[in-house]
Design a protein around this ligand. Structure first.
Ligand code: GLN
Length: 280
């Protein structure tokens, strides 16, 4: 069968399963099977695909039709123009988080700082920051050993492994160190929202990376409280937060001696991240 026909079949199947990006996903999955870039596939849509490849492709399409996120099937996701290896042990990097990275880079351009990333996951935030802040260095922590394994691989891939240490540790157990900047995209989804998430997320992404408890603020509260003790004087805390959490989180920040410097809105105009500064 030729590629274009195969893509059409697959795309229809995904469409029947209510997958909005059915065409794109089919193209990307076929590219994956052919070990080619999507652009290359699209310029050669009349190529014949052999039986073995069709079989592998159909398996991937089946997984996608069951709502498994594309990133988990192809094992990678682009973030800050870099490809990050992902698997079911890590959250899939989101474009909203890039907006926080962008603002942090503006603040610290050409500076030499020490960064802590709480809940590093794939390492996407810290690795992106350190690949631009050439003389800075960082510590990425996570309670998931499997996530850390992936983060390390990503750091090596993006040539920043000599500037990052990864540690299996909760932020609660960090002592005797002081950072210029703490970044975190903590779990912030409320228990109610958890129930109504799309199947793609609910069935596949790690619950511990998403679930922020009743009001979604369980981890955020503790991070803010702890940050006071492990930030240098004038240090900054950059936090990603959930919808409708801005008021509560800004109150918490003020109560804990932080001054809000920047609210970063996402593509839907929700405040998605807050950059604040510790005042003493
Ligand atoms: N820091 C990672 C990210 O932003 C993981 C965050 C998490 O697991 N909550 O994608």
């Amino acid at each position: 069968m030729i590629a274009s026909k195969l893509i059409n079949f697959a795309s229809n199947k995904l469409k029947q399963n209510k997958i909005l990006s059915h065409k794109l996903d089919s193209e990307l999955l076929l590219s994956k099977v052919l070990k080619k870039k999507r652009e290359e596939l699209l310029t050669n849509l009349s190529q014949k695909i052999n039986k073995k490849k069709i079989l592998s492709f159909n398996k991937l399409i089946l997984r996608r039709s069951l709502k498994e996120p594309l990133a988990y099937i192809i094992k990678e996701k682009e973030f800050w123009s870099k490809m990050f290896e992902v698997d079911k042990n890590t959250l899939i990097p989101r474009p909203e988080t890039e907006l926080m990275v962008e603002q942090i880079l503006k603040i610290y351009k050409n500076k030499k700082i020490f960064i802590l990333d709480i809940g590093t996951g794939t390492g996407c935030i810290l690795i992106s920051l350190l690949s631009e802040l050439k003389s800075s260095y960082g510590l990425g922590i996570d309670i998931s050993k499997k996530a850390l394994y992936l983060a390390k691989k990503n750091a090596i891939k993006h040539l920043v492994n000599n500037k990052i240490s990864f540690l299996k540790r909760s932020f609660k157990d960090l002592y005797n160190c002081k950072f210029d900047l703490i970044v975190s995209n903590p779990p912030y989804i409320t228990s109610n929202e958890m129930r109504s998430l799309d199947d793609d997320i609910k069935k596949y992404e790690p619950k511990i990376a998403l679930d922020g408890g009743n009001d979604g603020l369980d981890v955020i509260k503790k991070v803010i409280y702890k940050a006071k003790y492990i930030l240098k004087f004038d240090g900054r805390l950059a936090l990603e937060i959930g919808n409708e959490q801005f008021k509560k989180v800004s109150k918490l920040l003020l109560k804990n001696n932080f001054k809000i410097e920047l609210n970063i809105k996402d593509y839907k105009d929700n405040t998605r991240s807050i950059i604040s500064r510790l005042i003493r």
